[in-house]
Design a protein around this ligand. Sequence first.
Ligand SMILES: [Ca+2]
Length: 160
Amino acid sequence: MKVFLIKIITGVFLISFMFSPFVWAAETAGITVTVTLVQLEIIEATVEFGPEIIRPRQRFLRCYIELTEPFKVEDIDINTVALTEVNGDAIEPPLATAGPSKIGDYDRDGVADLQIRFNISSLIPILETGENSLTVSGNMVDGRKFKGTGTVSVIGTNRR
Ligand SMILES: [Ca+2]
């Protein structure tokens, strides 16, 4: 009995592969196909926020995501990007982005960054007054995950 050992990096591809004609044909021919899902390391992203000080009357918090080579922000699946942790604790459900994203280089360091936004009115209830660490994560188009954390400070609601 022959055995094919195939390693696949993403869950979505794993499922489609398992039901592919190739696997069906191989198994019909008496060949066992073993597929393992390889867990890849999470890509570490640089995340910065603007403004760094949040006042409740503001509308949007902008977030800039940078990846280091060989990863590119162009390969981020924008629909999967969300705020997933506040001060190290997972938030359920994750906070989705607000409005359009764009790619630029806001800090002019030669590395492209993906700009997204969050509604400050949605953030205020889950943040503490003072400094907060916010973790943003999402998927690349190939299914890998990225994650990065930045800080913002919140000024109390009774101040201007
Ligand atoms: Ca940049």
